[in-house]
Design a binder for this molecule. Sequence first.
Ligand code: NAD
Ligand code: TDX
Length: 339
Amino acid sequence: MSKEKTYLVTGGAGFIGSNYIKFLFETYPEVKVVNLDKLTYAGNPENLKSVENRSGYYFVKGDICDRVLVADVFRKYSPDYVINFAAESHVDRSIGDPDDFIKTDIYGVYSLLENCRKYGIERFVQISTDEVYGSIDKGSFSETDTFNPSSPYAASKTGGDRLAFSYFVTYDLPVVITRASNNYGPNQYPEKLIPLFITNAMDDKKLPLYGDGKNVRDWLYVEDHCKGVEYVLQNGKNGEAYNIAGNCEKQNIEITKKILELTGQSDKLIEYVKDRAGHDRRYSLDDSKIAKLGWQPEYDFEEAMRKTVQWYQENEEWWRKIKSGEYLEYYKEHYGQDL
Ligand code: NAD
Ligand code: TDX
């Protein structure tokens, strides 16, 4: 049914967005996908090398906050679906400088919603996050629980999440919201825990573990997340939010030891460092709502971690370019400006 649809994927050059676009083409070979991405430090056209020349793929370099540019995209491509992955996504950066987070993660969502309202769409999916609920010591959050975001990132994402909901309530816009757990897999920018630690371990560098290393995250393999987003897009109910969990809670020290084991390194690389400010202790999602809808994650943690480590081992060029700063030079050459 979806093969003739046009998807506007924002933030499609980033980690999850690029995996989602590749998943769409594998699932619906005839689909049209417009990728609107600003190409911040986290957006990387190399993530989409395998699809960039195929028919049905269109790339627009631009900022979702630019309402005029977004309007042009709507007029030119008339998307049926809008899936908003575009965001500033790294908690530590939001602690250092929240400015871009407020712009993209709140105003950017508003700009997209206004254009959806004006031009009409079949579905708007706001990719939110488990971080909107904040930390929980015991039990798991369900979709109706109170928001308690801790970082400027999480607070901005909560703003975007609620703005999207308000456009359903006020303007009857067909909005669905997804809130996923921590993702891992290919093409994740090596600032996040798993790719940072894998690539450091491969280079015999220290693995900087925050605080006591016992903070808990629920881990979701990116391919499962992409399928979950698509499932909600096709089967979710307007105005509803859906948690997408991995059902795989681990302390950071457990993740670290698994990475050391898979890269053949020793515990000596672990370095306990100063804790992150406002560091949430534990995230946990109750995913019974999406399970009732008929979706559940398929990957087993051991298998998905092995695949992930193997991807970074086989794609050294991809992450070395980023870590060495060489990607910045490539960017300047291709786009005539500094990143
Ligand atoms: P990412 O940082 O890897 O990618 C973000 C992408 O958005 C990049 O391509 C970037 O260039 C683009 N972008 C940023 N600002 C933009 C703007 N103003 N206009 C257009 N494009 C812009 O992020 P990710 O990890 O792939 O996360 C994608 C989405 O999923 C985000 O909304 C994030 O909040 C959410 N999420 C992520 C996780 C996770 O574990 N990574 C978990 C739950 C939810
Ligand atoms: O160097 C590190 N050392 C460390 O101990 C880094 C980068 C992280 N950590 C800890 C902090 C967290 O407890 O590891 C855990 C995971 O950290 P991140 O990879 O930065 O992810 P997190 O802060 O949990 O947020 C992620 O999941 C929710 C994504 O970055 C968000 O975009 C998503 O919304």
